[in-house]
Design a protein around this ligand. Structure first.
Ligand code: AMP
Ligand code: TRP
Length: 322
């Protein structure tokens, strides 16, 4: 049976791994869309700490990253009165369902998983958690009767796997899960980092979302520029993400007086990033540890209520209830 959703709105689920500090690539590539979806969808957002366990092995670091991820999400405007915001590991139904799904999908399907294949191709030792990662993600999604999952293009396959897992369960045990659809944000380009490659914490080329003005300035000044074109493309690509308007950009990039003045152009970008982030930074500073804890507890209790009702049905159907 489908759980009641608020009104007739569709359910949207998304998750973020607490595997480091947020950068502006995360913001413009994913989180900004989360904010916009809050008005239209019945949203469930999770900080997926059990996913991060595939890479983070330091308990203090995982705890800190998870705490900060919640604080950051609240600071950018995820509203716990509108959306459910919860910690994945507090809802044990996720790994429980992941196991059940693991027993339904073939090894050959997981062997084709991009995250796993990439790691193996790089000659790195993948743990079994990384191999099974897509079924934990499938459990995250389908436990909440999710209709849509907004993700970057790199996560498309994972949502397809979630749909496949839901379909396999429904076929084996009767209709139980909604088969979710991905919502790929097409017009959000990959945000480039300071070296022009995809901004990523693993490349060390990020502009931190909650950096101080000095940290932002240092990162922006290190952006690699190419003097051959009309404008410094790597700088422009970041600048145009900000809600400053085309005429403001033209004053900087189409102004003959600014031509070739990369230092001045970068200073204008620093100014605009700082102005954009300042209110979020202030909000972040006003959120106490106690606020974060309370919101995580309340949100996780709401998620738990939905997930446990769903799992009661699942346990019944698979034959583990006596
Ligand atoms: P990650 O921290 O790499 O797991 O990414 C978390 C979310 O941010 C995912 O939805 C990514 O698609 C998005 N993201 C990360 N880096 C970028 C980037 N450089 N450009 C656009 N989106 C990004
Ligand atoms: N795999 C996603 C990423 O690395 C994170 C994630 C885990 C997720 N569970 C999810 C995203 C469920 C959307 C829905 O970005």
């Amino acid at each position: 049976m489908e759980q009641a959703k608020i009104g007739a709105r569709k359910r949207l689920f998304s998750g973020i791994q607490p595997s480091g500090t947020l950068h502006i690539g995360n913001y413009f590539g994913a989180l900004q869309q989360w904010l916009e979806h809050q008005a239209e969808f019945d949203c469930v957002f999770s900080v997926v700490d059990y996913h991060a366990l595939t890479s983070v092995k330091d308990a203090a670091l995982l705890r800190e990253n998870t705490f900060n991820a919640f604080r950051d999400l609240l600071a950018i405007g995820i509203d716990p009165n509108k959306s459910i915001l919860f910690q994945q590991s507090r809802v044990q139904e996720h790994p429980e369902l992941a196991w059940i799904l693991d027993c339904l999908v073939p090894v050959s399907m997981l062997e084709l998983g991009h995250a796993y294949k990439d790691k193996v191709a790089k000659g790195l030792d993948a743990n079994a958690g990384l191999f099974n990662y897509p079924m934990l993600m499938a459990a995250d999604i389908i436990l909440y009767d999710t209709d849509v999952v907004p993700v970057g293009a790199d996560q498309r396959q994972h949502v397809e796997y979630a749909r496949e897992a839901a379909a396999k369960f429904n076929l084996a045990y009767g209709k139980t899960f909604v088969e979710p659809k991905e919502m790929i944000v097409e017009n959000v380009a990959i945000v480039p980092g300071t070296d022009g490659k995809k901004m990523s914490k693993s490349y060390g080329n990020t502009i931190p979302l909650f950096g101080s003005r000095d940290e932002i300035a240092k990162a922006v000044m290190s952006i690699v520029t190419d003097s051959s074109g009309e404008r410094p493309e790597n700088v422009y690509a970041i600048h145009k993400l900000l809600p400053v308007g085309q005429s403001h950009l033209d004053k900087i990039y189409a102004n003959p007086a600014m031509k070739g003045k990369y230092k001045l152009i970068k200073e204008a970008l620093i100014e605009d990033i700082d102005a954009f982030i300042a209110p979020m930074r202030e909000k972040r500073a006003s959120i106490t540890d106690a606020d974060v804890k309370r919101i995580v507890e309340e949100g996780s209790a709401k998620a738990k209520a939905i997930a446990s009702a769903k799992m009661a049905e699942v346990r019944q159907k698979i034959g583990v209830t006596l």
